[in-house]
Design a protein around this ligand. Structure first.
Ligand SMILES: [Zn+2]
Length: 148
């Protein structure tokens, strides 16, 4: 269970709490691995057949505008949604289409440091996120773990 509830997030972002918004945000928070629009639609239509696709779509758009969710473009150029507020990076597995969160405080520090020394002219950086694209190395990792 997330320690922060959907209605609280909606209120914190100056939105009126409606059942549809709450249900959609809860769905986004419960669907792991950054769901695509299609996954969200399927999930919502299955659970709540009375909510129209247009409502879901418009609510997603609203959440995005309010900064409740972030849009990420995965390596296959598909748009995924991320309800996590905290700044973090991503790892994209091309073989499994999995988009995982990735945090590295040291990397954040290096990036911040770099751009404070070498600012991009005429541009104010608000957020630096990196997406690593690659594929899983299942056998190698498993062998390594076994040796330990
Ligand atoms: Zn994420």
């Amino acid at each position: 269970m997330p320690d922060i509830t959907a209605p609280k997030i909606l209120m914190d972002h100056g939105l009126k709490v409606t059942p549809q918004r709450t249900l959609l945000l809860e769905a986004l928070m419960s669907l792991d691995e950054h769901p695509s629009c299609e996954v969200i639609m399927k999930f919502m239509r299955f659970r709540y057949p009375n909510i129209s696709l247009a409502t879901i779509y418009n609510t997603l758009k609203l959440f995005k505008e309010k900064g409740i969710i972030k849009q990420i473009v995965a390596g296959n150029e598909e748009i995924r949604f991320d309800p996590i507020q905290k700044n973090h990076h991503h790892i994209y597995y091309r073989d499994t289409d999995k988009l995982e969160d990735f945090e590295d405080k040291e990397l954040d520090k290096i990036l911040k440091n770099y751009f404070s020394k070498k600012p991009v002219q005429g541009f104010k950086i608000e957020d630096i996120t990196i997406q690593l694209t690659g594929h899983s190395e299942v056998t190698k990792t498993q062998t390594k773990t076994k040796q330990k």
